[in-house]
Design a binder for this molecule. Sequence first.
Ligand SMILES: Nc1ncnc2c1ncn2[C@@H]1O[C@H](COP(=O)(O)OP(=O)(O)OP(=O)(O)O)[C@@H](O)[C@H]1O
Ligand SMILES: [Mg+2]
Length: 576
Amino acid sequence: MISLLHYASKYKKQLILGPFFKLLEAILELFLPFYMAKLIDQGISQQDTQYTIKMGIYMLLMSVIGLVCVMICQYYASIASQGFGTELRNAVMKKINQFSHHELDIFGSSTLITRSTSDINQLQLALAMLIRLVIRAPFLSIGSIMMAFYIDAKMGLIFLLTIPIFSIILFFIMKKTVPLYKKVQQKIDYLNATISENLSGVRVIRAFAKKEKEIDEFGEVSDDLATAYKNVTNLSALLSPSTILIMNLAIVSILYFGGINVNLGHLQSGQILALINYMTQMLLALVVVSNLVVIFTRAFASADRVNEILETTPTIETSQKATIYTPWKNNQLVSFNNVSFRYTEKSGDVLKHLNFTLAKNETLGIIGPTGSGKSTLIQLIPYFYAPTKGTLLVNGQDITTYETGSLRDHIAIVPQKSSLFSGTIRSNLLIGNPNATDADCLEALEMAQCSDFVDSLPKKLDAEVLAQGQNFSGGQKQRLSIARALIKKPDLLIMDDCLSALDYQTDLLIRKALKENFKETTVIIISQRVSSVKDATALLVLDEGQQVGFGSHESLLKESPIYQQIVHSQAEKEVF
Ligand SMILES: Nc1ncnc2c1ncn2[C@@H]1O[C@H](COP(=O)(O)OP(=O)(O)OP(=O)(O)O)[C@@H](O)[C@H]1O
Ligand SMILES: [Mg+2]
C-alpha cells in the first residue's frame, strides 16, 4: 500500500492541506463543549445576557468556520483520491498491455478486471479516508480526554477507564472480522469471474439449454458472497450497540459522580454537560477509528492484488539493446532450430524439437490433427511466447533480440477465432494499417472477397460493427479479419485456419488474390483442408507437437504415412 502512494505524489498539496483543514475543524469542535459550559455556568446561571450572547456568537462562528474547513478538506480529498485512482488505473492498464500472452494466461481476464476496477476503488476510498479521518479521529479522542482532565482530573479518570473496555471489545470484533473481509474480497473476484464467463458464453449456454443450470450456479456463487457479507456485517454490527452501551454507562457514571461533585460545589452543571459531550465525541471518534481499520484492512488486501500486477515482470521484454527489425535482410525469413515449447513449467511440451526453414516469398502450409500445436507454433513467430528450448530466427536474427513492436509491425496474423472490435468497418481495417486510404480499404476488401457484402450495406465502409462483430456472420467476420491483415501489407502473413470456415469457391478466390497481389509476401497457411495447402512451396505436418513431415505435397504423399492418411480421409469425404 505504501509503495502505491507514489501514484498520489502529484497531489502533495491536497494530501497536506486536506488533513490540515480537518485538524482545524477538529480543534474547533473540541472547544465547542468548553464554550458551552461557560455559556451555561457564567451566562445562563448568572443571568448575564450579554455574556450568553457573546458565547453564543463564538460558538456559531466556530461552527461556521468548522463547516468551511470540512468542505475544503472534502474537496481536497476528492481531488487527491480520484486523481490517485486514475494514475494507478493508468499504470495498471499500461502494465497489462506490456504483458506477454504468458502473463495474460496466468492472471486471466476476470481478475484483471476486478483488480483494475473494484480493488482500485477500494484504494481510492482508503486514501480519501486517510485525508479526512486519519488525523481527526485520534486527535478528537485524545483531545476529548485532555479536555476532560482540564475540566476535572477525577472525572477524567472515567474517560481513561472507558478506553480499555472499548479497546477489548474492538479487538475481539476486529480479530474475527478482518480475515472475513479478506475472504469477501476473494468471493467478489470469483463472482466477477462467473459473471464475465456467463456473459461471454451466453449464446452457447442458451444453445445447450443450460440457462437454468447457469442461473442456479450463479445463484450459489452469489449466495455464498451474501453469506460471507452477512457474517462479517453481523459481527461488525455488534460494535455500534456495544459502543452505545459503554457510552451510556460512562454518561451514567459522569452524572452520578458529577452530581455528587456539583452538590459539593466542586463542579458546575455546565461542566457536567461538557463532560458528557466529550465522552460522546471520544467514543464516536473511536468508532470511526475502528471503521478506518476495516477500510484499511480491505485496502491492504486490494493493494497486494494491484501490486501483484505492477510487480510482475513480463517474460517478454524489449531490452535496451534490442534491434529494430529490418525487412528483407535475409533470404531465410523464418527458421526453427530445434524449438520446443510448453505453456507452463509443469505442463508437458506442446511443441517438440521443430526444425524447418521458410525462405522469403515462399508459402508454408501447416496441417495436422486438432490440438497438434499448429496455433501454438505460429504464436511463437511474432514472439507472443518465448520458445522454451532452441532458437527461432526471423530474418536471420533471434526473435528474442528484436524490439517486439518493430517485429510485429511486419507480421500480420488472421487468428483462428476472428475478433472484430466495436466501431465501423473502416475503423477495424485501420487497426491493420492506420495510414490506409479508402482506396486501400476497398482493395483489401476486394482481395478478401468482402466487397459484395460490404457494398450491400447502406453505409459501406462506415457500416457499424458491434462488439466482437456480433452483427456479422461467422464467414463475414473471417473475411473482414483477412482484409484487416492484408491491408497491413506485411512481410509475413499468417492465416490460422481461417480459410476452412469459408466455402471452397471463396477459399480458392482468396488464395488466387494472394498469389497475384502478394508476390513479395511470405505466407503461412494453417488449414484442415488439404486442398487449401497442397499448392504451398512446403508443407509441415504436425502430430502431437512433433514435426512428422516436411516437404512438398508430392514428396509427403510418398514419404509421410500421416499425410497420406489425411489426404486419403479427405478424398473419401469429397467423393460423398
Ligand atoms: N493458452 C494455453 N495455455 C495452456 N495450454 C494451451 C494453451 N493454448 C493451447 N494449449 C494446449 O496446447 C495444445 C496445442 O494447442 P493448439 O491450439 O496449438 O492446437 P491446434 O493444432 O491449433 O488445434 P486446432 O486445430 O484445434 O486449432 C493443446 O493441447 C492445448 O490444450
Ligand atoms: Mg488452432
